[in-house]
Design a protein around this ligand. Structure first.
Ligand code: NAI
Length: 457
């Protein structure tokens, strides 16, 4: 699914015309390839205190983690901005702020580096959540990070992104999920994640020993895997080391078989709304692959109509496929006694479920329902080292969005900080991250993959 405007802007002449006319200039995003260095330049870690020291140590320490030294990422790290340095990443550690006045020094030091940030650079804040029980100044300082980060992300250009990690009080910034989130946000895996604050709730999960294969030894099921985003999710999970069961309706059997072959997984022809869907998924995964660790709910449909014209069939089919099927499958897995080895549920919501969308009351109800469902399901999995989370894609270049009217499609693409639509792989990378053993401390959250779309938060 091509974006001709983006292609044009990637040429020298197109970019020059756009600059003269004040048109959006989307930059091609760099995507992850296994084996490629985490950053293509040095990192700046700002902020005083032990958390900033620990993060600088993590980034700069030697890989391997031998002799009692924790595993490091071997990056070139500066603790104060060096004039003229073009940083690949700027991390602003604000976990110890207790008054808004304390934001100024690290934030303004970061500001001085932004004009020279490398293309596709990363700005990441690390902070603590604000609570109503905090002293007002503490809550103000912590909440201030939210507005700072979301605004800063809107100012970055050249495919650079701004995101934050919000680590719950009492959870160390070196907890597995905090470390894995930091790495995800710094890496090209998060190319289309922008303006987001990822909450780390627990000191749980297990860090990867091989960052290129974090799903080694895991068995994953992906529904709606015959095409679109689901097919790419299957590919990315397999690339990351998982054995993958690809599920789709019998009518999509040919595409399903092709995807299953490509990822060296197995195909299961199944309508997710079937009453025995959960049992069949579990039976297939355990008999063919010896277990089930990751359940990715990706199958979804749209049947758009203004609510005034909505029919019971349009409402019912969307709710059945997008939401009720997930609830029923989860119930089966949770009560089976076989989904207990650090299990992960990753569901596919949508920015429509956050912001609403004209003509999509049924779809938005189902997608908002998913956000509520993962929030309530995750705590049930925590006793097994498990969790449930969702991704909320924005505008992604697929068959679904290719069917939109041309003008609406162009506008939807440009209405994000990255000024373009995402690719299915961008959603898949976020799913793989939430499916990984290291993400066990992220509990019931929804991660937007939307290029910081202006739609919704
Ligand atoms: P798609 O229509 O290309 O693929 C959906 C797949 O789900 C198809 O292979 C279809 O056969 C399968 N499916 C449908 N009903 C099923 C059922 N009852 N049982 C088993 N499989 C079934 O859709 P796309 O664009 O790849 O979207 C995937 C997910 O991402 C959906 O949940 C969608 O709502 C969500 N999403 C997509 C966005 C986009 O921009 N494309 C934006 C936000 C969310």
């Amino acid at each position: 699914m091509g974006d001709t405007y983006l292609d044009l802007m990637s040429s020298g002449a197109g970019a020059a015309i756009a600059t003269r006319l004040g048109l959006p200039r989307p930059a091609p995003l760099r995507r992850y390839r296994p084996g490629v260095a985490l950053l293509d330049g040095s990192a700046l870690v700002l902020g005083g205190g032990p958390d900033a020291d620990a993060i600088a140590q993590l980034l700069s320490g030697p890989p391997g983690g031998t002799g009692g030294v924790p595993d490091g990422w071997g990056l070139d790290v500066h603790r104060h901005a060096v004039p003229d340095e073009r940083y690949a990443a700027v991390l602003v550690v604000l976990t110890d702020v207790t008054h808004p006045d304390q934001l100024a020094a690290p934030v303004l030091e970061a500001a001085a580096t932004l004009k020279r940030l490398r293309p596709g650079g990363r700005v990441v804040t690390v902070s603590r959540p604000a609570h109503e029980t905090d002293a007002p100044a503490v809550a103000a300082a912590r909440q201030g990070v939210d507005g700072l980060l979301r605004s800063l992300a809107k100012e970055l250009r050249g495919g650079a992104t701004g995101n934050g990690v919000v680590v719950t009080d009492g959870v160390p910034v070196t907890a597995p999920s905090a470390v894995a989130t930091l790495r995800f946000l710094l890496s090209t895996r998060s190319a289309f994640v922008d303006g987001q604050l990822v909450d780390v709730d627990l000191d749980a999960g297990e860090l990867a020993t091989d960052w290129d294969h974090p799903l080694a030894g895991r068995v994953a099921v992906v529904t709606g895997a015959a095409r679109g985003i689901g097919a790419v999710v299957a590919e990315v999970l397999a690339r990351d080391g998982a054995r993958v069961v690809c599920v789709d309706v019998p009518a999509a059997g040919q595409g399903l078989a092709a995807v299953a072959n490509r990822v060296r997984g197995t195909a299961l022809q199944l309508d997710v709304t079937a009453p025995d869907a959960g049992d069949r998924i579990l039976e297939h995964a355990t008999s063919r692959h010896g277990g089930l660790h990751v359940m990715v709910h990706n199958a979804g449909i749209t049947r758009d109509k203004l609510l005034a014209n909505m029919t019971p069939d349009r409402w019912g089919s969307v709710m059945a496929v997008n939401l009720a099927a997930q609830l029923a499958i989860n119930e089966t897995l949770l009560t089976s006694g076989e989904f207990v080895d650090a299990p992960r549920i990753v569901a596919t919501a949508s920015t429509s479920g956050i912001a609403g969308n004209r003509g999509q009351t049924n779809y938005a109800a189902s997608k908002a329902g998913i956000i509520g469902a993962v929030r309530a399901t995750a705590p049930l999995l925590v006793p097994f080292g498990g969790t449930a989370n969702a991704v909320a894609p924005g505008f992604i270049e697929t068959d679904m969005t290719a069917r939109m009217p041309a003008l609406t499609r162009q506008v939807a693409r440009r209405l994000s900080s990255l000024q373009q639509g995402g690719q299915p792989v961008d959603v898949a990378e976020a799913v793989a991250f939430l499916a990984s053993p290291a993400a066990g401390g992220i509990v019931g959250r929804t991660l937007r993959v939307c290029g910081q779309s202006l739609v919704g938060r």
